[in-house]
Design a protein around this ligand. Structure first.
Ligand code: 5CA
Ligand code: ZN
Length: 412
């Protein structure tokens, strides 16, 4: 698929730091240790509705990872998918008497515009599920041969399922007990009670064609892929097993990321799928998780239409820590707009106090598990000082502008 427009990133002086991030599998903040090329896969949208601030917060989180790795001199191979065939898309298309292909294309186009407006660095590869069906089929066929997948045989539709125990270490990513797994599996798109499965936690890999559902001819029979195998195949085929970071919102910890990892590991026999599993907290509105199915949404495109500066949206979302579940409020945006105005005023001065120390603090805080609240406070301190006393360093305001642009993506 076509990705979105690239964004210029200024280089800034001083010494970059290695990035440390919380890893769900170990429960620890650990250093990332990419090679020359850092390899990141982030789960993309299911394009049945517009991008809301919850999605934006998640993609902005991984945009920071991308920026910090680049700051440290890595080339970043970033892959993101688009789940352009799945139940929610088909259901919405039927509800609205829309064509599911047109719906998916329209919402994906809007997503690109929203990401561009938010100055999110584009993935190198932006990959749709539909265009990936041949490679997904190939992986499923291999799983069947390896004995890690089987057909549910007591139904009119011999769908293919993954034997969740095939790797021998299922559950290492989420660390959930079986009861929690069963509950979340049922809540998040799984089918524990489907007859003909060997175990309730076995997950769908290939759904055989039903009348009135889209399907693709393949060596597995006509059908369409399950959800987890999509990300598993797309990631491993582009980044290789053991890539640096698998990311998404915390609603994807289980089942999605657990199974994506297990599918790949069942073939390679090796752990891990990714070296870090990183999850962003959920953005809520009025006390509930913001979600398309609940309908309590603030759309990025709505804010854009209202003339809200995307730098203020970034600052509003970065005011909280990425791992914290947090609420979007009007106050958050008002505070962010005031902060942005102050930073802009300071960056427009003819001179300021030296910014070297501030750049070092920005790097320290951001590379410490993306501590944006402390990073924003460090930038506030420089802006306040500059506005109070001006200073004599004529390069400082420009450097400040470059630093918050490069590291936070905030354009002053
Ligand atoms: N297509 C799948 C992933 S392969 C999917 O989950 N699509 S999505 O459109 O539902 O979500 C896209 C991304 O936004 C996912 O990483 C998801 O975890 C994240 N997300 C969804 N809702 C929120 C929310 N309220 N707050 C933060 N992130 C969210
Ligand atoms: Zn995914």
């Amino acid at each position: 698929m076509q990705t979105w427009s690239s964004v210029d990133v200024p280089t800034i002086p001083g010494t970059p730091r290695p990035l440390r991030l919380h890893d769900t599998a170990t429960g620890q903040v650990r250093p990332t240790s990419p090679g020359e090329t850092a390899r990141m896969y982030v789960c993309g949208i299911t394009p049945y509705d517009a991008t809301h601030l919850g999605h934006a917060a998640t993609y902005l989180t991984f945009d920071l990872v991308n920026r910090l790795w680049r700051d440290a001199g890595h080339d970043v191979h970033y892959v993101q998918n688009v789940t352009d065939i799945d139940e929610p898309l088909l259901e919405r298309a039927i509800r609205d008497q829309d064509d599911w292909i047109v719906l998916g294309m329209r919402e994906t186009a809007l997503f690109r515009e929203d990401m561009t407006a938010l100055r999110v660095l584009p993935p190198r590869e932006f990959v749709g599920a539909v265009e990936s069906i041949p490679e997904i089929v190939e992986v499923i066929a291999k799983l069947v041969v390896a004995g890690a997948a089987y057909r549910a045989d007591d139904s009119e539709y011999p769908d293919i399922y993954f034997d969740h125990a095939a790797t021998g270490h299922f559950g290492y990513e989420s660390n959930y007990d079986e009861e929690t797994m069963r509950k979340l599996f049922a809540e998040r798109g799984g089918d524990p009670d489907r007859a003909g499965k060997r175990h309730p936690l076995d997950a769908l890999l290939w759904r055989m064609a039903r009348p009135d559902e889209p399907s693709w001819e393949s060596e597995l029979g006509a059908g369409r892929p399950g959800w987890h195998i999509e990300c598993s195949a797309i990631a491993v085929n582009r980044l290789g097993l053991g890539f640096d970071l698998q990311g998404g919102g915390s609603d994807l910890v289980f089942p999605h990321h657990e199974y994506s990892a297990a599918h790949a590991e069942a073939l390679a026999g090796d752990r891990p799928f990714a070296r870090h599993y990183v999850h962003a907290g959920m953005i809520g509105l009025d006390g509930e998780k913001m979600s398309k199915s609940r309908g309590n949404l603030v759309f990025v495109s709505r804010l854009r239409a209202d003339g809200v500066d995307s730098a203020a949206v970034r600052l509003a979302l970065f005011a909280g820590h990425y791992r914290a579940d947090r609420a979007w409020t009007d106050d958050l945006l008002t505070t962010a707009e005031a902060r942005l105005a102050r930073w802009r005023e300071a960056a427009a001065l003819a001179a300021g106090p030296s910014v070297d120390d501030t750049i070092a603090r920005l790097r320290d805080h951001l590379t410490n598990d993306l501590d944006t609240p402390k990073a924003l406070a460090a930038a506030d301190a420089w802006a306040d000082e500059a506005l109070k006393r001006q200073g004599t360093d004529s390069a400082a305001p420009g450097l400040f502008r470059d630093a918050v642009d490069a590291l936070l993506g905030v354009l002053l």
